[in-house]
Ligand binder design. Sequence first.
Ligand SMILES: *Cc1c(COP(=O)(O)O)cnc(C)c1O
Length: 379
Amino acid sequence: MKFNTKTIHAGVHADPLTGAVMTPIYQTSTYKQVAPGNHQGYEYSRTHNPTRTQLQDNLAALENAKHGLVFGSGMAAIDAVVKLLKPGDEVIATNDLYGGSYRIFTKIFQPFGIQFHFVDMSDMSQIKARINDKTRMIWVETPTNPLLKIIDIKACAALAKQCDALLCVDNTFASPYLQNPMDLGADIVMHSVTKYLNGHSDVVMGALVLNDDQLQERLAFIQNSCGGVPGPQDCFLVLRGIKTLHLRMARHCENGRAIAEFLRAHKKVARVFWPGFTDHPNHEIAKSQMRDFGGMMSFTLKGDHIGDALRTISNTKLFTLAESLGGVESLCGHPASMTHASIPREEREKAGLKDSLIRLSVGIEDVDDLIVDLDQAIG
Ligand SMILES: *Cc1c(COP(=O)(O)O)cnc(C)c1O
């Protein structure tokens, strides 16, 4: 089955009781047993729920994986992955990372004795330098946030195999429409379903997909033991959102390209970070592992004044100033004062994150309106 068909049909089937074509919301916590242990595969909704099962199967199919697990948020999914490890284990993670991932690694799991190393993963030698006999996991996020660097997933998979570590890829920015890390050698793919997969900015959810049966058993055990599961109503909404994932992503990419090109030609714009440009430093890797380049981008203004950036993001009328990304509506943000404010200015500068950097999540509105809006906001 091809991707555009899978979004609608994979994992979902008409309700056996009524023939309902759309997956019912099984709003129940428990299930009748005829005799103790004699049931229809469902006992309690922390462990299993039929609406959730269909979503999990759908997501696994979209990522060309065997198993899927969904969680109450992207962070709950990451939490479950790190719980595969034990004190003394080490993780190598990308340094241009979602802030919440950095926080859970350093503030929650480091005190339990798990060691995290953050390196620039666009340079493989930096990963190699951190590998030792305690390395158990390599954590990749690509494209990176907010600088849209691209990390070579295949090369990371080869390194992970060498040291017998798990390769986990946070595929939130790309979505399975643009990139399938399982096909490139990842062991686990993680999603903040909140973003492109649901796509309508009305649900918070996370997901993991994977192939290995034993790993699946352990993660399902962690999921059931720790309990970070989503409710059936949210699973229904995400199933509905995913049915148009391919249509939305195609428009996100089309609008993204037009806006990246508009910004690059704007006289007040200094630099545009978008992997679709042929002179983007990682364009070749992007081309080899992604089907298109998406609607996420960032740009800096000439002069690099924080005031100009703040004025621009306050002046937009269609682009809403907000955290998050991947919804049908266009959003803008200012990493230096929002998502990345906790990083000292010096460190931000070193990483190339300038004060005037503005991040855009380009939505699926009419691109002419979006361009008019950006043009008047930049001034
Ligand atoms: C939003 C996000 C997360 C966290 O997901 P939540 O659903 O907000 O818990 C993790 N990684 C990336 C790349 C994200 O954008």
